[in-house]
Every structure is written in structure tokens, then in C-alpha cells.
Design a protein. Structure first.
Length: 343
């Protein structure tokens, strides 16, 4: 995404962390972070929202948001689209940030923001790999990257759902995986493919050894969501709560400042898949999410009905799932070109 001239890194000159005429209230961006944590938003939201607010204020010559209104918001969003040439999803994220800022942090109800038109996303067909292309892709991967990529294709999980898997969510006896707190905060159950059983068991044995070493070093505690850490004080060191794909290194939690082993960085798998796509000679711009699309398409090719696929993907509307029928050219009655009758 192009970075407009008002977006620069030196933020020490940006005096936005106070309310005009008062010295008693917390800093503005601290209030934003506190409200995000209070509403249990993700750490990524906590990182993204303050950055958008900084950019909004810098764009308007460091004016405080309480002093601005509809014209300033519209000017900022217009600039993003016309000068920054950002995608519709990026512009909508900026609008959502400003809605959150005014309504939740500043306590200002602005009806005009509710009626503001969001940028319309273009309707694009997903990038789908054929079975042979997936086979070639996985053939150019190895180790943990291969294991995670195989799970994405074999289960239809999203990248972050796979990265955040806990040991307790793998049920080898029932051959199923429980995906916790997926998109929209939803839980669901998906299959655990038979070919993945043995590799996953061997991987977990290695992870358990690492966990035991962490415990011996006085570490071994993992992040628990919400208030579970207070409700179950010892659960964060239990084996079942550990990440299936832990990081190689110990890091400091940005919220609690506690040193512990977090899950694996998702960018590692993203880079590995990009590299495998290039080495396999696949011309499609495939990514981690393409494996989820390929999972859905393969199920439809194998004769599973659209409602089953919708349930596995946890799509709110079946129309979202129907897009895969267009990829398969099965729209309507599955029209066959008249040229084929001449062959």
C-alpha cells in the first residue's frame, strides 16, 4: 500500500496524547488501547487502530479528533482512495477505526458516520489450485512448513486458526479438530485427515520435549485468553493448553510484559508457500488462503453438497460458499459449451 506523505515514522513530535484543556485524563492512544482490551479485540486490532488514528491526526496538521467532524473524516477517506490508492478493505478499516474512536473512546455519537458509504469491494473469484498443483506445491515443502500447509489444505482452516491451535483441540480418536475463536469469534469442528495423524503425533512429541525444558527453566507458561489465567492459575503451564506450533524463541508479551513462548510467526509459513509456488512453477498467485479455497473446491468436486461445505467453512451466508461453484463452472445447470459437441 502506498504510504502518503503525511504518514511518517517519527512520532515523537506528534502531541496527540492529551485532551485539550485538561491534564487529568489518560493519553488518547492509551484510552484507545484500554477500550480495545476491554472489548476483547485482538492484538492486531490494538496495533492497527492507533496507527490509523495517528495518520488521521497527521493528515489534519495534528488537530485533536474532538475538534474535527464529518468534513475531516470524509477528506481523509477520500485522500486514501484517490492519492493513496488503497484497496476498499483498507479504506473500510480506516472508517471502522474512526467510528470506534468517536463512539467508544471520545463518547461522541455522530449519526453522519453511520450513514457514510463504505467502499465497495470488487467481486473477485478466489485463487484455487488443482489437486495436481497442490501436490506439486507440497512436494516443494518440508518439515513444519509442509505439516502446516497440509493441514490448511486438509481441513480448510484459515492461517491464523492453524497457527493458534492448542494441543487440547486435537482429537486423534475422533479424528477431528476443534477450531476455537475463529473469524467472528465462532468455534467449529473440522476433520483431522488420516494422513496427518502420524506426522502430527511425532511433531507433538518434539513439542512436548521443548515444553518440559521450558518448565525446567522456570518458564513454560502460555498465553490464555480473557480471564482464564486468573480463573485457572496453573492451566497456562499444562500440556493441553500449549500451542501445537510454538515459536522457536522466547519472547515478551506486549500486553503483560511476561516472557513466554508464543505461537509460530505466521509470516514464516506465508514466505514458505510463496517460495514453494515459485519453485513448483505454478503461475497462479497462490497464498495460504488459496489452500482453504482449494479445500472447498475439492469437496464440491467430490460430490459434497453446498450446505456441508458452508458448515465446514463457517460461512454465515450460503452465497459466500456459492462462489466456488463459479470456480467449477457449475453455475446454474452447469452449462457446457456447444463447441464441445463438435469434438
Amino acid at each position: 500500500m502506498a504510504c502518503p506523505t503525511y504518514c511518517y515514522r517519527r512520532r515523537s513530535h506528534l502531541n496527540i496524547n492529551h485532551y485539550p484543556g485538561t491534564q487529568t485524563k489518560p493519553r488518547l492512544l492509551d484510552q484507545v488501547r484500554d477500550k480495545i482490551r476491554f472489548k476483547h479485540y485482538s492484538i492486531r486490532t490494538e496495533q492497527a487502530y492507533p496507527d490509523w488514528i495517528r495518520r488521521f491526526i497527521l493528515f489534519h496538521a495534528k488537530r485533536h479528533p474532538a475538534e474535527m467532524g464529518a468534513p475531516e473524516v470524509e477528506a481523509f477517506l477520500t485522500h486514501l482512495a484517490t492519492v493513496g490508492r488503497v484497496a476498499a478493505s483498507t479504506q473500510n478499516q480506516a472508517l471502522s477505526t474512526l467510528l470506534f474512536l468517536y463512539r467508544e473512546v471520545l463518547g461522541v455519537e455522530l449519526p453522519w458516520m453511520e450513514n457514510m458509504q463504505r467502499a465497495k469491494r470488487s467481486q473477485k473469484l478466489p485463487v484455487v489450485l488443482t489437486v495436481n498443483e497442490v501436490r506439486m506445491l507440497l512436494a516443494h515443502m518440508e518439515g513444519l512448513d509442509w505439516l502446516m500447509a497440509s493441514l490448511l489444505y486438509g481441513t480448510g482452516m484459515r492461517l491464523m486458526e492453524c497457527v493458534r491451535l492448542r494441543v487440547k483441540d486435537l482429537d486423534f480418536e475422533m479424528k477431528q479438530i476443534t477450531v476455537r475463536n475463529g473469524k467472528g469469534g465462532k468455534d467449529r469442528v473440522t476433520m483431522l485427515p488420516e494422513p496427518m495423524m502420524r506426522p502430527l503425533r511425532e511433531h507433538l512429541r518434539r513439542v512436548e520435549t521443548i515444553h518440559e525444558q521450558d518448565l525446567d527453566a522456570g518458564l513454560g507458561a502460555v498465553y490464555l485468553p480473557y480471564a482464564l489465567e486468573r480463573k485457572y492459575p496453573n492451566a497456562n503451564r499444562e500440556w493441553g493448553w500449549q500451542y501445537v506450533f510454538p515459536s522457536k524463541t522466547i519472547s515478551t508479551d506486549p500486553r503483560s510484559s511476561i516472557k513466554r513462548r508464543h505461537h509460530r510467526d505466521e509470516q514464516t509459513l506465508q514466505r514458505a508457500i510463496k517460495r514453494a509456488v515459485r519453485e513448483a512453477g505454478i503461475s497462479k498467485p497462490a497464498s495460504c488462503h488459496s489452500l482453504r479455497h482449494s479445500f472447498a473446491t475439492a469437496l464440491l468436486q467430490n460430490g459434497y453438497d453446498i450446505r456441508t461445505v458452508q458448515e465446514l467453512l463457517v460461512h454465515k451466508d450460503v452465497k459466500t460458499t456459492m462462489i466456488y461453484t463459479h470456480v467449477l463452472n457449475r453455475g446454474g445447470r452447469g452449462v457446457i459449451s456447444p463447441l464441445e459437441s463438435l469434438a
